[in-house]
Design a protein around this ligand. Structure first.
Ligand SMILES: [Fe+2]
Length: 343
């Protein structure tokens, strides 16, 4: 009993200390745009010790001075034309389940343009990510080929998707503020390794680069049960929904055996989809990629956030910005705050 009370006191002390560190780090971040390592560690600790409740509270305070634009009428983008009612439905599902699929698929021509780019462009390979090579489907030499984010933002088709008004509005509704475009990511997953790879995020984990964020995923080839479908645990993004004893392990990857028995089978979601299938997810959900039995998988992912507090990344340098992209960034300063134009 005494030990229990002692442990509880220690936990409360640690929480109070972390809240103070976070508040100081956030105040400094507002002035400098940079997050101190202690501030980021405090955020990770607070997420785990409060089972996500801290993030929700901090997010509410952050967005108070960044209200969302009022959007009236339907918007047209890669997922088709979406009216206000449908946006509301998407947001309700997203809030409840932690993910939502778009009914329409992305235009096949756009998908094949990006797919063909990925077959020609160089990408970084595990484990060191220090060599850029072109993926050879006949001879994979790594379980993952990660494209450099700065290369992605200079691709005109990806710039087009970054400007997509439907994606932006889904993020706006979910975050309840004007979103910031955080980063793009695109990678090949291959059959190079036969077991689950931590490197390729094939063990359950949650992301925590930021206080609150939303990701949009686009499958760029057909994804079946055999070539690495994305998996997630429905509803596990909600505050209080994770097992505290797993969060007490910290910000780490969790073997299936420790996790899946806790949830209903119907909540263990596997996302299959043809090339062009798209979904939005709050990756606070437990999620992972499935190890591949055959073939490969190419995914494009965007992250939208309410604040850049958290992991520090350099700004993206746009060398090949289309006129439309330049104008768009000039007109959407918050959203485009991570882009720097070279010319
Ligand atoms: Fe992840």
């Amino acid at each position: 009993m005494r030990t229990l009370i002692y442990n509880l006191r220690q936990k409360i002390k640690a929480k109070t200390k972390n809240k103070k560190i976070f508040a100081e780090a956030y105040a400094a971040f507002k002035k400098t745009g940079t997050t101190s390592p202690e501030g980021y560690t405090a955020l990770l600790d607070l997420y785990c010790s409060t089972n996500g409740k801290f993030n929700e509270q901090a997010h509410k305070e952050i967005i108070a001075d960044n209200p969302p634009k009022k959007i009236n009428g339907p918007l047209t983008g890669v997922p088709g034309t979406i009216d206000q009612k449908e946006f509301e439905n998407l947001n309700t599902t997203l809030n409840k389940n932690g993910y939502v699929g778009f009914t329409k698929k992305a235009d096949p021509e756009l998908v094949s343009k990006i797919y063909n780019y990925a077959l020609k462009a160089t990408a970084l390979t595990a484990p060191k990510y220090d060599k850029k090579i072109v993926y050879d489907p006949q001879n994979p030499v790594s379980e993952i080929y990660r494209f450099e984010q700065n290369d992605l933002v200079n691709n005109p088709d990806i710039q087009q998707l970054i400007m997509d008004p439907v994606f932006i509005n889904v993020a706006r509704n979910y975050l309840g503020c004007e979103p910031i475009f955080d980063f793009p990511a695109m990678w090949w997953s291959t059959t190079f390794l036969k077991e689950a790879s931590g490197e390729a995020a094939q063990l359950y984990h949650f992301d925590l680069d930021r206080i609150k964020w939303l990701k949009i995923f686009i499958y760029l080839n057909d994804v079946t049960a055999d070539n690495g479908p994305h998996r997630l645990i429905k509803g596990s993004h909600l505050p209080g929904a994770k097992q505290q004893k797993l969060l007490d392990r910290g910000y780490v990857r969790i073997p299936d055996a420790d996790l899946v028995g806790h949830y209903k089978t119907e909540d263990l979601v596997v996302i299959l989809g043809e090339a062009g299938a798209m979904f939005a997810e709050d990756t606070k959900c437990w999620h992972k990629g499935t190890p591949l039995k055959t073939g490969h998988r190419l995914v494009l992912e965007f992250e939208y956030t309410s604040s850049m507090f958290g992991a520090n990344y350099p700004k993206f340098v746009i060398e090949n910005g289309s006129e439309a992209f330049k104008t768009f960034c000039a007109n959407n300063k918050i959203y485009a705050s991570n882009f720097k134009f070279k010319n």
